[in-house]
Design a protein around this ligand. Structure first.
Ligand SMILES: Cc1cc2nc3c(=O)[nH]c(=O)nc-3n(C[C@H](O)[C@H](O)[C@H](O)COP(=O)(O)O)c2cc1C
Length: 222
């Protein structure tokens, strides 16, 4: 009898403790894929996040080489490979990207992280130590699609190597402005090409959770 009532008390205490802990911890969706090595790409796709905080550590040439190899092994229509890719690690040029953005931004409103441009220390590339510029062939009607696939290869291969990335669409129209063509010349972007996307790259200094995805945008019709 005594044993039964102690056990009841213990069970109630355990239940209260579990309820308390589950109230404290917000439930975060864990995207875990338990498949074979070949299927690990699915986990990689589900868990890659846009990273907006980086450590100061620079990305070494071996990792850059693997990421660039992954980029150029992307499929492209008629295998035209209509891209020019520049991996920028020069701090002066990176700072220049920020200066050109700031010159353009004055008096304008932006959505997303660029909305914070008036804050001290703001960086349009999230202070990443490396920025990748991908330009696309203006004469190729499939170029933007092909660049999109190369971009995803960059994001996923970087993630697989323990690196963080963030696509940077905000900088694209600014780099393509006539007054910023000198910067594209400096990067040796050929005539007939325009900037299609930029990517911040570095070691992540945050682990954001996945923003919501809308599964109702997918319909299976049988
Ligand atoms: C084409 C493109 C442009 C983007 N431009 C920016 C940008 O300029 N700045 C930024 O912080 N994030 C940018 N992002 C990142 C998105 O905001 C992010 O991918 C989206 O919110 C989903 O989050 P997730 O990548 O963590 O899944 C861009 C993403 C894409 C695909």
């Amino acid at each position: 009898m005594l044993f039964n009532s102690s056990l009841k008390k213990l069970c109630s205490f355990a239940l209260i403790l579990v309820a308390f802990i589950s109230c404290q911890e917000p439930k975060i969706e864990q995207l875990v894929y338990k498949g074979s090595d070949k299927e690990a790409i699915i986990s990689n796709i589900l868990n890659r996040r846009a990273i907006r905080k980086y450590t100061l550590e620079q990305v070494g040439i071996e990792k850059i080489d693997t990421i660039m190899r992954s980029a150029i092994y992307a499929p492209s229509a008629l295998n035209k490979q209509p891209w020019e890719i520049r991996v920028v690690q020069n701090p002066t040029i990176l700072e220049e990207f920020n200066k050109r953005f700031m010159a353009f931004a004055q008096g304008k409103e932006f959505q997303g992280s660029a909305a914070n441009y008036k804050r001290p220390g703001f960086s349009i590339f999230h202070s990443a130590p490396t920025v990748i510029v991908i330009a696309s062939d203006k004469s190729n009607p499939n170029a933007k699609m092909d660049v999109g696939i190369a971009l995803q290869n960059i994001l996923l291969s970087a993630d697989a190597l323990g690196l963080g990335t963030c696509p940077l669409g905000t900088l694209v129209p600014i780099l393509n402005l006539p007054e910023n063509q000198d910067l594209l010349k400096l990067l040796n972007i050929p005539e007939g090409y325009e900037v299609a996307i930029n990517v911040a790259l570095g070691y992540p200094n945050e682990s954001p959770t996945a923003p919501i995805r809308y599964s109702d945008k997918v319909k299976i019709i049988q």
